[in-house]
Design a protein around this ligand. Structure first.
Ligand SMILES: NC(=O)c1ccc[n+]([C@@H]2O[C@H](COP(=O)([O-])OP(=O)(O)OC[C@H]3O[C@@H](n4cnc5c(N)ncnc54)[C@H](O)[C@@H]3O)[C@@H](O)[C@H]2O)c1
Length: 437
């Protein structure tokens, strides 16, 4: 039997309304959450300022206030901003306090996920545009509340889905749209990692905080839909907990661990996990493609990250996310030379494929098919792209690339697998209008 999840509300015609920014003065950003991700936003804004893109330079956009419920974290990050930019933002323990300190044009919500919903509702009530880290909330029901509140107050709501913004994903989407590989038929998306290590923070292992699978698998769900269109049905699947005790001493590290080194001394030796850490599912896309999806965050030994799409005439093998490695394509039995990859994305008879001017400026190449740099440079560039898109939406009154509904879709796919596992059988996904890229 197929069960239905109720649809999200449709987005307003013409995109979100906006509180607007203030002409003639720098775009003032409030950063809420000064943990690992907060540090990454400082790196991201620094990359954006260095892009040379008009309107996004160091005199055009700045962090005006840093907010954290743990004041030492906000103060330490304010010192980092001062070192990077020469200007120290103010520091506050709450949004209310931050608003009393000065004007705000937009907020970045990078607090632990459990705090997102209340934070977003407070920002929406104040009409403050927000860029919210994924996952939007700990569950889809609360996410719907946030989307509805932003819509009711005409506040820009953007979700920080970063992985889709890698050049390789921009390129692959265009390659698939060109039809050169034929119709996509099957996708294999699998990650094996984690062992029994604490994954960056203890809260990721607690179900009330959204849990580890929602935290990581929304990236895969978003990229899969970005490349292949909406998932219509989870044909079957399950989630489960393989490692109920997570250890600080485990050797399995996460690529972004360097941003958490400051907080490592605060980590306990062990964390009791009650959030599932293994997901396996079979997906049916509206396009007719099917997919096999594994997110194994408790795998010992061999680590693997694979996303391969088989189409009617060939295959597209994507590199691991944020690795900067080169994709591999086979068409009609022949491997496409690396130098010919960009041309594969050119629409037949149309303008050659290229990244947007901001993305081209940040990567230094308008037709790169790979992310350039090591992990922290790639990560900072993706955050710079998100910030640029968000600021543009606030300034112009347009829609951000990933709006609340799109963020909810990725969460719904993960939630549908959990539901399929609990109840058995297939689970249909809600019909939601996708934001265009
Ligand atoms: N896009 C990505 O690749 C990516 C990567 C890592 C984390 N994230 C997301 O970013 C968010 C933050 O994750 P993190 O790893 O930085 O967590 P973290 O625990 O390192 O940092 C969270 C910070 O939020 C603060 N905080 C908690 N509640 C608060 C509140 N009500 N008001 C103000 N501050 C509050 C905490 O004190 C902490 O400093 C999460 O939603 C996570 O899923 C996204």
């Amino acid at each position: 039997m197929t069960r239905h999840i109720p649809p999200h509300d449709a987005p307003p015609a013409g995109g979100s309304a906006t509180a607007g920014s203030s002409p003639g003065r720098p775009f003032a950003l409030m950063l809420i959450g000064c943990g690992g991700m907060g540090r990454r936003y400082v790196a991201g804004l620094t990359r954006l300022a260095a892009s040379g893109h008009p309107g996004l330079g160091p005199d055009d956009v700045r962090f005006s206030c840093l907010v954290d419920r743990t004041p030492e974290r906000a103060h330490a990050l304010a010192d980092d901003v001062a070192t990077a930019t020469g200007r120290r933002p103010s520091v506050a323990a709450s949004i209310q306090e931050a608003r009393a300190l000065g004007h705000v044009d937009g907020a970045v919500v990078a607090s632990s996920t459990i705090a997102h919903a209340d934070t977003c509702l407070e920002l929406a009530a104040a009409g403050i545009a927000m860029l919210v880290e994924k996952p939007l909330t700990t569950d889809v029901a609360r996410g719907r509340e946030v989307v509805a509140a932003a819509r009711a107050t005409g506040t820009v709501l953007a979700v920080a889905e970063n992985v889709r913004r890698e050049p390789v994903n921009r390129w692959a989407r265009a390659v698939l749209a060109s039809g050169r590989l034929g119709r996509p038929r099957f996708v294999l998306d699998q990650v094996f990692t984690g062992a029994d290590a604490i994954q960056l923070t203890p809260w990721r292992h607690r179900a009330e905080s959204g849990g580890l699978l929602l935290d990581v698998a929304v990236h895969n769900a978003d990229v899969l839909e970005y490349l292949l269109g909406p998932v219509e049905t989870v044909l079957g699947g399950t989630t489960r907990l393989d490692e109920p005790v997570r250890r600080r001493s485990s050797t399995m590290t996460v690529a972004s661990a360097e941003f958490y080194d400051r907080f490592t001394p605060e980590l306990p030796e062990t964390v009791e996990a009650d959030a599932d850490d293994v997901l396996a599912a079979l997906l049916a896309f509206r396009s007719g493609a099917i997919g096999q999806w594994v997110q194994h965050q408790a795998a010992h030994g061999l680590r693997r990250a694979e996303r391969t799409i088989w189409c009617a005439r060939g295959s597209l093998e994507m590199p691991p996310d944020r690795s900067g490695l080169t994709p591999r394509v086979i068409v009609d039995g022949d491997r496409v030379h690396d130098l010919d990859l960009a041309g594969l994305a050119d629409p037949p008879g149309g303008r050659p494929w290229a990244l947007t001017p901001l993305e081209a400026a940040l990567w230094g190449d308008s037709r790169t098919t790979v992310s350039i740099g090591d992990f922290s440079r790639i990560d900072g560039t993706l955050i710079a792209i998100e910030l640029g898109d968000f600021i543009d939406a606030v300034r112009t009154g347009g829609a951000p690339e990933v709006d609340g509904v799109t963020g909810l879709r990725a969460m719904s796919v993960v939630e549908a697998v959990t539901l399929a596992g609990r109840r058995g059988g297939a689970v249909a996904l809600p019909d939601a209008t996708r934001a265009s890229a």
